[in-house]
Design a protein around this ligand. Sequence first.
Ligand SMILES: Cc1cc2nc3c(=O)[nH]c(=O)nc-3n(C[C@H](O)[C@H](O)[C@H](O)COP(=O)(O)O)c2cc1C
Length: 341
Amino acid sequence: MTFQEAREAAKKTIGPHCRVCPECNGVACRGEIPGPGGKGTGAGFIRNYQELRKVRLAMDTIYEPRGVSTEARLFGRTFRLPVFAAPIGAVALHYNDRYSDGTYSAAVVSGCAAEGSAAFTGDGPKDPAFLEPLEAIRTAGGIGIPTIKPWGVREVLERARLAQEAGAFALAMDIDAAGLTVLAAMGKPVNPMPVEAVAEIVGAVKVPFILKGIMTPEGARKAAAAGVSGIVVSNHGGRVLDETPATIEVLPEIVRAVGGKTAILIDGGFRTGLDVFKALALGADGVLIGRPFAYSVYGGGAEGVAAYVRKLRSELEEAMIMTGASSLSEIDETKIRAATA
Ligand SMILES: Cc1cc2nc3c(=O)[nH]c(=O)nc-3n(C[C@H](O)[C@H](O)[C@H](O)COP(=O)(O)O)c2cc1C
């Protein structure tokens, strides 16, 4: 199966909220939550996608070929490419009940693991949203990253214990989930959390801990001070606050603030291996992709996911060949240019 076939098949299976648009850019679904849209005007999601289009690749093929490796070392493991599936929780609510959080995670976790990537899994107000994905990660030998909502230190630590018991090689927390009004509507709101609380969680967890939802240098410095192994520069796909900047816009200032102190991942609007290349050139260590993995699953299950990961890897390889980078560390700002208009 190819990604294109999975995408075509998803048009019949993923509705009614997602239309599998020719460009997954947040325009048709703006404001649609439940559903995969961005919050309010949808500007956060739309901007993520649009600003990435303004970064362009600098082609140069006059060099002695040395082969290309997309291999990345992160969180104590080697991955075939620096791309991960982003956590997507409550799939039956936001897409439809063809998949549960358990069956969705089984497809995305195993499809990513088979191609040398890994999937983050989600969390929600009902326990199965967190527990069922853990079973998928256990089955995949721990190759998956459970992402816990900031429910409060005690509850986070209890979920972290269960995740470590399932063998997860790393854990994450989406610290920006306070903006998810859908949780409050379901009777389980989450709140911001001070740096001391994050540090307490990091101190108690035995595997690398990643904080997702960082959008400012100051937020990144607080995360680094709490001792996290990595951050995800993310506005939650535009779902937690309207009118944020695009993640690619704030990446350079965050890299200047904490680069070298903690791993820097990013998500929001990334669709191809060429998009991934742009983030690496601007200093990111890796990229998460959300919504396209949903239509890979709804259209092709684990096979659709694996096909998408293969496509991303071959696109990243092509960008490296055409710009003269033989390893990820050679992808730098000289290999891109900003649009002039
Ligand atoms: C339907 C849906 C559900 C999501 N659920 C979660 C979640 O449970 N936990 C989380 O940290 N992020 C969640 N996200 C945000 C994604 O992990 C990610 O940050 C975002 O989708 C990235 O943007 P992209 O979809 O444009 O690639 C969700 C996003 C969508 C669209």
